[in-house]
Ligand binder design. Structure first.
Ligand SMILES: [Fe+2]
Ligand SMILES: [Fe+2]
Length: 225
């Protein structure tokens, strides 16, 4: 049996547990936070007051801070790239709508809220050139990306387990910085996003863990490259 076929078999074996992965590591739509929960409510008359306050507090945040926040936002906004890449991984089949494609769709649904929240915040803050940010996001999506893992599910899950941890660290540190500059609301937004990233990191780490249990030597080889 080829390495590719064994990987496919392992993915099919783990696919039976996808529903429990979704239950354990993701949160149902009705229960999870939405960007609107942390932004001025545009249905209320108090909207303009809230935006004014948001903009006043945003004036306290330094130039370097905005660079990191814009970087985080653009990274989140390139989500279409990540979804199409994951949908193409060996063992994930969106045409058949198999278990793994369900995972990818539900994970994408959670992730989509991150760019949405940060983008709206940046827009309201009045501190950044949104047109440039939007153009950069569009360029990033146009370019696509190649992380060198091909369609290999082992390598891809190792990558995502680290990627989610990296985004956790970044959003969490931005949250701490925002707090130190007195912006409690922005700090909360970034903290909520960081919480999602940690759950996702735990999920992908669990996939890596489960693959190690059934195909240790190949997973170790994938890990080492
Ligand atoms: Fe994210
Ligand atoms: Fe993420």
């Amino acid at each position: 049996m080829s390495i590719k076929n064994i990987r496919l078999e392992v993915m099919q074996f783990l696919e039976k547990n996808v529903d429990s992965f979704v239950d354990d590591y993701l949160i149902p739509v009705e229960k999870i936070w939405q960007p609107t929960d942390f932004l001025p409510n545009s249905e209320e008359d108090s909207f303009f007051e809230e935006v004014k306050e948001l903009r006043e507090i945003a004036k306290e945040l330094p130039y370097d801070f905005w660079i990191v926040l814009v970087g985080d936002t653009i990274t989140e906004e390139a989500l279409p790239t990540y979804e199409s890449w994951l949908m193409d991984v060996e063992g994930v089949d969106n045409v058949e709508r198999n278990g793994w494609s369900k995972w990818v769709r539900h994970w994408t649904g959670e992730e989509n809220r991150h760019g949405d929240l940060l983008n709206k915040y940046l827009y309201l803050s009045g501190r950044v050139n949104m047109r440039e940010v939007e153009m950069t996001s569009q360029h990033l999506i146009n370019d696509g990306f190649d992380i060198g893992t091909g369609r290999d599910p082992y390598k891809n899950f190792i990558y995502t387990s680290f990627q989610e941890l990296a985004t956790y660290i970044s959003h969490n540190r931005v949250s701490q910085l925002a707090k130190s500059y007195g912006d409690k609301k922005l700090s909360k937004m970034c903290k909520m996003i960081a919480g999602d990233e940690m759950r996702h990191h735990n999920a992908y780490s669990e996939f890596v863990n489960q693959i190690f249990k059934v195909d240790a030597s190949e997973m170790m080889l994938a890990f080492s490259t």
